[in-house]
Design a protein around this ligand. Sequence first.
Ligand SMILES: *Cc1c(COP(=O)(O)O)cnc(C)c1O
Length: 398
Amino acid sequence: MRLEASERGFFGEFGGAYVPEMLYPNVKELQERYVEIMGEPSFQAELEALLHDFAGRPTPLFVAKTLSKMCGCEVLLKREDLLHTGAHKVNNTIGQILLAQRLGRTRIIAETGAGQHGVATATVCALMGMPCVVYMGEVDMQRQALNVARMRLLGAEVRGVSSGSKTLKDATNEAMRDWIANPHDTHYIIGSVVGPHPFPDMVARFQSVISRETKEQCHALGGKKPTHVVACVGGGSNAMGAFFHFVEDESVALVGVEAAGCGLSSGRSAATTALGKPGILHGSRTLFMQSEDGQVEEAHSISAGLDYPGIGPQHAHLHVSGRVEYVSVTDEEALVGAKLLARREGIIPALESAHAVAHLRRMELEPSDRVVVVVSGRGDKDMQTYLESFGEGISDDV
Ligand SMILES: *Cc1c(COP(=O)(O)O)cnc(C)c1O
């Protein structure tokens, strides 16, 4: 199948731009100009140079020998954890700040939950000398104090949000309000393939470098294309980037791994494809977890980056159409996945990425298979959780 946004930003029945009238001119300008700007040779050249010299691309496609032996087939790890700032998010923030400059914007805003997207945004703003305001729920600011300090050290202003549950969705509302109040000078960098059109498509294009490189690297590694690509899904940006150039090739199985949290029926989960219903969330029609009367429900995952009640519209469409298989992994299973990668391959992954690794153990694979697993980020930020979860048993084998 082809995955292309329609004129109005729909992927099948999902997507679109459901925004307040006050925001319409901003969104409309972006819709009209993003493809053209991204296609300019000078834009491409600047983007490529920064991805290479500042972010550290291309990231390796690593042949994981021990995991390969364990799975009885070839397992390759796409090492987004080796990027500057420790995760794939910088691919998108570099792209969007270049776009913002070409639109004549002089101020950047963002929202953040765990702080990873906030740090990636503060980083590119420091690089470009642009003022940066990051909205963050007060509960999240306490939970992620180190990332708050990082953003401040990089020169960003972190504005605590004390409304609602004081978490990501409230921070998103505040960022929207800011954008409405400052439509002329400000660009809002959304951190995943969510939000009104054109954000899902634009962010997917910026993250598509992951699958572009994977294709080339598979070619260099004996020429065989992957039989499976596996990636974790929060909002869905690393997965969309990893799937992007493979969606049309039905011989490549695509697997999105969501966070089941404490379990699908526990009431504490973030597995949107299993538990969500269609509706409008953050400016687009997509799937999200909601109460009987359509109110957004709180998500839960041990990993802050997957702790989101929805998924982007492309994923909703890929799920409903059956092109991508979505599965879920519990907190417990993800912890085992993290330990497995640490012990067997010498890579401590982010808890988000550990979900993808954990699913690998359950897959039914043939000796001729070549599985690409995206390691979306590194585990430094999760050391406190690893310590608390494993306790004395941290050095025990899996
Ligand atoms: C934010 C984050 C995610 C989840 O975001 P997506 O948009 O679904 O990719 C996954 N892994 C890491 C390391 C993250 O920081």
